[in-house]
Design a protein around this ligand. Structure first.
Ligand code: SF4
Length: 114
């Protein structure tokens, strides 16, 4: 049996998964999330990468899709090695395949060149 707080919406339902059965959920999205959480938990990664020649020194970035929780550390290491040149526009692909996950890392904001 595993208990967890649902993070799909702000209601924050307390969910229990026991032998593949979910309880405590108020909607199917929460049930589906809980089942995925016990089999293949995933998270959207948000972090920053080094930016050269821009009005900021760090560029906020996020993965375009969730990555396996077990790969988050590898993804962070990969992102920490990246260097980007300004200008950057929001949504621009910074890395097409972050740490071999097949997920794109994209700019979370635009930054002009100085
Ligand atoms: S179970 Fe449904 S209502 Fe409850 S937090 Fe999750 S998504 Fe929101």
């Amino acid at each position: 049996m595993k208990t967890m707080t649902c993070i799909v919406c702000p209601m924050g339902c307390r969910l229990t998964v026991d032998s593949g059965e979910v309880s405590g959920h108020r909607c199917n999205r929460g049930r589906d999330w809980a089942l995925a959480e016990v089999t293949n938990p995933v998270r959207v990664l948000t972090t920053t990468v080094a930016l050269e020649g821009g009005e900021l020194e760090l560029l906020p970035v996020r993965t375009l899709a969730p990555v396996p929780k077990a790969k988050l550390r590898d993804c962070l290491r990969h992102a920490n090695r990246l260097r980007v040149k300004a200008p950057v526009r929001m949504g621009q692909v910074i890395c097409p395949d972050l740490a071999g996950t097949g997920v794109q890392l994209t700019a979370a904001r635009s930054v002009a060149k100085i």
